[in-house]
Design a protein around this ligand. Structure first.
Ligand SMILES: *Cc1c(COP(=O)(O)O)cnc(C)c1O
Length: 346
């Protein structure tokens, strides 16, 4: 028995992904660019993303959860993977040691868990002002930290996409930490941080959104290509008469006879209701506006400009991230990570 193909798909442009990684690696100067592949590579499929980037030469990968690292173990070497949430309990530390993964140590508590499990190479996250995960600067001189075998000394910028004084404050604290803790490599910049310049690069950068087609700051305009292309099938077409309304709560009414298509994509797939009456789909270069409310599994589009499109044909979402963020009010990160599980990511 063969399961029928899904009526929606998420095209990954691997060439664009690799070009974006190369561009960010070049912009990182003498530092190497790694890759943040947490949250299933921002929804694009961590396994296929990691496989493509490994072939391109990327040698450092960051995930948030242990389960995310586990799902990559047959794709890239364990030594290339760091787990940002760190060991929350002894079982996490044991798993890391057995698999050969690097935990990111975020607190004295995590440092003790790691050392008690036997220790080994790890990363250390220092909090320089975001006040999220990370060891406070004041605890860097604790003896348990001196006992760690630190590969990457990390910190994370709170406002890298904005030209604010906080960036420089964090950079100086990170530099201070580099003088206090023995480590092999240092890393501060996410995608937007790379554009802040050489002083932010250290030995390793950690782009995420920029790899996947996001442009978090103006300095990266024109250097990043679109990677993710959500597509869905038209599952029915219909002819509306003047005065006919479309969808829940009848928020669109036809002013004249028109042909519309019902597309197999809805808010359950991450095409949220904020796209109602605003979204755009594309077929053969023609623009097909969303009509009325987005439903759970369906969205209705205007087919006036595309008489050739019929039932079973595929349409593509207009999903250029900076533009889609401006129209929808969602962040570029949310636009990718909310894409649902019904999209195959083979
Ligand atoms: C998610 C994440 C990144 C990547 O950030 P982008 O803004 O997507 O480039 C880098 N470092 C850490 C610690 C992260 O959590």
């Amino acid at each position: 028995m063969t399961i029928p193909e899904a009526s929606l798909r998420l095209e990954l442009d691997s060439a664009a992904l690799i070009a974006n990684w190369r561009a960010l690696d070049r912009l990182s100067g003498t530092a190497q660019a790694g890759a943040a592949v947490k949250a299933d590579a921002y929804g694009l499929g961590a396994r296929r993303v990691a496989k493509a980037l490994w072939q391109a030469g990327c040698r450092d990968y960051f995930v948030a959860h242990w389960s995310e690292a586990a799902s990559l173990l047959d794709v890239i070497p364990a030594e290339a993977i760091a787990v940002l949430h760190g060991p929350l309990c002894p079982a996490d530390a044991e798993f890391a040691r057995e698999a050969g993964l690097r935990p990111v140590i975020n607190s004295l508590h995590q440092a003790r868990i790691w050392q008690e499990a036997g220790g080994g190479a790890c990363d250390l996250m220092v909090d320089t002002g975001i006040n999220r995960l990370g060891l406070p600067m004041a605890e860097l001189d604790d003896p348990v930290i001196a006992g760690l075998q630190v590969d990457v000394l990390l910190s994370h910028l709170a406002s890298a996409e904005e030209p604010v004084p906080q960036n420089e404050v964090q950079r100086l604290r990170w530099n201070e930490a580099r003088g206090l803790v023995t480590h092999r490599r240092a890393s501060l910049a996410n995608s937007a941080g790379i554009a802040l310049g050489e002083g932010y690069h250290g030995d390793l950068t950690r782009p995420g959104i920029g790899l996947y087609g996001g442009t978090p700051c103006a300095a990266l305009d024109g250097q990043i290509a679109q990677v993710a292309r959500p597509e869905a099938q038209v599952i029915q077409t219909r002819e509306l008469q003047s005065g006919d309304s479309v969808g829940y709560n009848a928020t669109f009414t036809a002013q004249a006879a028109m042909r519309v298509g019902v597309v197999s994509l809805g808010y359950a797939d991450g095409y949220l209701r904020c796209w109602s009456g605003r979204g755009m789909m594309l077929a053969d270069g023609q623009r097909l506006p969303v009509l009325g409310r987005v439903s759970m599994d369906m969205t209705v589009i205007d087919l006036s400009a595309a008489p050739q499109v019929g039932e079973g044909d595929w349409v593509r979402l207009d999903y250029d991230l900076p533009e889609a963020a401006a129209i929808s009010g969602l962040s570029q990160y949310e636009l990718l990570t909310s894409l649902g599980r019904r999209f195959p990511r083979l």
